[in-house]
Design a protein around this ligand. Structure first.
Ligand code: ACM
Length: 519
């Protein structure tokens, strides 16, 4: 029996079919198609079916597992119509159910999980709740594509029998959303968070201030948002998050094991603040609001005490909104700041971050200064800066613009995006290794991988999705999955099968000709 199943799997995968259109039964999803690819997957030839009689049981002390059971029940509900109960159980003896367990296996790390699917039950275990959460994402991807439907679908909800042990390669796996060039409201950010969570991402870096807009309410400096937040690229009405809205986003992300990293970019990229408060300018004159996209013309007045009072107030209020460990202080493209002013400025700002008990992240130019212990440099353009950060003992966040910037066009016909760093087709976006990209920066120097999305050319969620997908699942895989056993030629087949899932999730993705899409 097992051998027959195995042969069937091999046959089905080799001809690239994941669903049979004329059959009311949907073919089982082979766990070998998961994105990001798990560390270890084996098929056991069985299958488990979720029905309205299935319960979700928490084994042993819940330790945060109950909330994840409820999240799983919620995710399964719209398409199945089932209201799966979540309760505690002493053991996993009763067949037909899903069992979640926090277990004392520290070798799984804080985000790893084990998933066993047999004909009798699903058992998902992890050392920490984050691992269970990531395991739930794996379960979602193993279910028929119809599971992503917002309305009840008539199909059988079968999962192929599988044994998975999985944990991430990089501790920090992120994406940045630029809400400054164009403002995206809380609902868009929540959808962005849900998309990140689906691919086991754990950081959302929000670029909250730039020349074109200031997007976070700072109560001690109210003009930042009333004036500085009142426009965006192209002259639209802009917007900002009230502190209450922002706290709600932080909680929404935390419930999905995602830490928000707020960025206040400085001393350049500061026109929105300079337009809001004349005293931040060396000539005491407020600038005009700015709706263009050229950069490098603005700078805080680094010699004035009021500048540091301002930054202290902003970072103090931001710290109070930020349970996560990081504050991003920008530092990029400060072409209007003299180098001899930039260096002490970024040092002082790092001191303020430290005073508030946080760890600073800065774009790679921050390595021109003396880095505080723990400060992370984000490689985007300059490998010499990044190597200098490593020389100082810092860790690097890998975001190479010519590989990982999701705002780069796929090719010259792309309807959104820029191309100053590169055209980045899906194969190029996938085909790089953070640990070998820059000579002298190895795995041990890397804190994590982040795919930024700048928003000069995009103003709606659909536009975000077009630039993000289908590149983003590849970044998530680079950050999560070991290099061994994966590569573009096999990944593109998995991605092709993933297309119908993205479609079912309502993702408006770019249908790259590089990918063998399977309907
Ligand atoms: C950047 O793209 N200026 C970090």
């Amino acid at each position: 029996m097992r051998l027959q199943y195995l042969l069937l799997f091999i046959f089905v995968s080799s001809i690239g079919i994941t669903s049979c259109k004329n059959n009311s039964e949907t073919a089982l999803i082979d766990a070998a198609n998961l994105i990001p690819k798990p560390v270890s997957v084996t098929s056991n030839g069985e299958a488990f079916e979720i029905t309205d009689a299935t319960s979700i049981y928490i084994l042993g002390e819940p330790q945060g597992a109950t909330e994840i059971g409820q999240y799983l029940a919620e995710k399964l509900r719209p398409a199945t119509g089932f209201k799966l109960a979540v309760s505690n159980a002493a053991d996993n003896a009763k067949p037909g159910n899903i069992y979640l367990e926090i277990k004392a296996d520290s070798t799984l790390g804080n985000e790893g999980y084990e998933l066993h699917v047999s004909k009798d039950k699903i058992t998902l275990s992890a050392y920490k709740p984050a691992g269970l959460f990531h395991g739930v994402q794996t379960i979602r991807q193993l279910l028929p594509v119809a599971i992503e439907s917002p309305s009840v679908q008539q199909t059988s909800w079968k999962i192929a029998g599988t044994d998975i042990r999985d944990y991430p390669l990089y501790h920090l796996r992120g994406s940045m959303l630029d809400v400054a060039r164009h403002f995206f409201g809380p609902n868009d950010v929540k959808r962005y968070i849900d998309l990140l969570a689906y691919y086991k991402i754990n950081l959302l870096h929000l670029h909250l201030s730039d020349d074109q807009g200031w997007r976070i309410e700072i109560k001690s400096w109210p003009n930042l948002t009333t004036h500085g937040g009142s426009t965006q690229v192209g002259g639209g009405k802009g917007g900002f998050y009230t502190q209450e809205e922002y706290k709600d986003l932080v909680k929404y992300a935390a419930d999905r094991f995602i830490t928000i990293v707020p960025e206040i970019d400085m001393p350049g990229h500061t026109n929105a603040a300079l337009a809001s408060y004349p005293e931040l300018n060396c000539n005491d004159t407020a600038t005009q609001l700015y709706i263009g996209i050229e950069v490098g013309f603005s700078s805080f007045c680094t010699k004035k005490d009021i500048t540091y009072k301002f930054i202290d107030d902003v970072l103090r209020e931001l710290t109070a909104l930020t349970p996560g460990p990081y504050l991003h202080i920008g530092g990029d493209e400060s072409h209007a700041t003299k180098k001899e002013d930039y260096i002490p400025f970024m040092s002082k700002v790092q001191e303020i971050v430290k005073k508030y008990g946080k760890t600073a992240i800065g774009w790679d130019e921050i390595a021109l200064t003396t880095l505080q212990p723990g400060t992370i440099a984000q490689f985007w353009a300059d490998s010499a800066n990044s190597k200098e950060a490593v020389r100082q003992g810092a860790k690097i966040m890998m975001s190479p613009a010519n590989k990982a910037y999701m705002d780069m066009q796929y090719d010259s016909t792309s309807k959104f995006g820029l191309h100053w760093a590169a055209y980045i087709e899906v194969d190029s976006a996938y085909s790089w290794n953070p640990a070998t990209l820059v000579n002298g920066i190895g795995f041990e120097n890397i804190a994590g991988v982040e795919a930024p999305l700048w928003s000069e050319t995009i103003s709606k969620m659909d536009d975000i999705e077009y630039l993000m997908f289908p590149r983003f699942p590849g970044y998530a895989e680079i950050a999560w999955s070991p290099e061994k056993g994966r590569g573009w030629d096999e990944y593109k087949v998995r991605l092709g099968k993933h297309g119908s899932r993205m479609k079912a999730m309502g993702i408006d993705f770019y249908k790259s000709a590089k990918v063998p899409w399977v309907e």
